[in-house]
Design a protein around this ligand. Structure first.
Ligand SMILES: NC(=O)c1ccc[n+]([C@@H]2O[C@H](COP(=O)([O-])OP(=O)(O)OC[C@H]3O[C@@H](n4cnc5c(N)ncnc54)[C@H](OP(=O)(O)O)[C@@H]3O)[C@@H](O)[C@H]2O)c1
Length: 233
């Protein structure tokens, strides 16, 4: 039995990952105490986009067994072209996605931990999709962070990787795919002909967390129905 940390544990992918890691010791982080504590594992309510939240996590982890891995499932989505983004919106997307990833990495580099750290990027980091400027920049930042940190902490026994999802049906995307026309158009963009499920993402994250991937570090695994690299038609 291993001990894994899941951040964003109340979100679509985070919540599904809990079931993929059944049988292991889990520690969960989310922003809302009532929601996160209802998930049935030791948990902390903290905002990991802030240094104060990161300090709370570091203190909480000192009360828990050493970690064997962590999955950072915090993130957001804001689709607007650059000229319509306010600077505050841009900063908000960077804070939720990139700052939180950096702050989590800093905490985990300080606490006793060997094993695997998995971040969540996006297909938009590696493929120019219209109106994705803010999220594409934040997630490309995560991919750079993953490669550099994988080098910095390899000798400490830490593996650091990411998954890069394309459109996956979670609360984050529910509004977008509620429109049947948009749903059809977006589905048709994916060579494998369907949208992603939280299970697609959670299975890949669980594998990257597990010793089955023990010789893999510094990688970004596309879990995207082929969108980033395959043209089927
Ligand atoms: N779904 C997709 O199509 C898709 C595609 C590419 C990448 N991703 C990435 O996959 C990851 C998981 O997303 P999801 O699809 O599971 O979305 P979700 O259901 O909306 O979950 C997002 C999680 O992020 C947390 N969060 C959001 N804003 C935050 C903020 N300002 N401060 C702290 N925490 C915040 C939420 O915490 P609370 O529960 O506390 O609200 C929630 O647990 C994210 O990194 C997302 O960018 C998703």
């Amino acid at each position: 039995m291993a001990h894994y940390l899941i951040t964003g544990a109340a979100g679509g992918i985070g919540r599904t990952l809990i079931s993929h890691l059944a049988g292991h010791e889990l520690t969960l982080v989310g922003r809302t105490a009532a929601t996160i504590s209802a998930l049935g594992h030791p948990s902390l309510a903290a905002d990991l986009t802030t240094e104060a939240g990161a300090a709370e996590l570091e203190a909480f982890l000192s009360t828990r067994p050493p970690l064997d891995g962590a999955a950072h499932c915090v993130g957001s989505l804001l689709l607007k072209p650059a000229h319509r983004l306010t600077f505050a919106e841009w900063r908000g997307v960077q804070a939720t996605n990139l700052d939180s990833a950096f702050l989590l990495l800093q905490v985990l580099a300080k606490v006793p931990m060997r094993g695997s750290l998995v971040f969540v990027s996006s297909v938009a980091a590696g493929l120019g999709l219209a109106n994705h400027e803010a999220i594409a920049a934040a997630k490309a930042g995560i991919e750079g962070l993953v490669r550099s940190a994988a080098a910095s902490y390899a000798a400490s026994g830490l593996r650091i990787n990411a998954v890069a999802p394309a459109l996956t049906e979670t609360p984050l995307t529910a509004g977008m795919v509620a429109n049947e026309q948009i749903r059809k158009a977006v589905t048709a963009m994916h060579p494998l002909g369907r949208l992603g499920t939280p299970d697609d993402q959670a299975a890949a994250i669980a594998w990257l967390l597990s010793p089955a991937s023990s010789w893999i570090t510094g990688q970004v695994l596309a879990v995207d129905g082929g969108l980033r690299t395959v043209r089927a038609k």
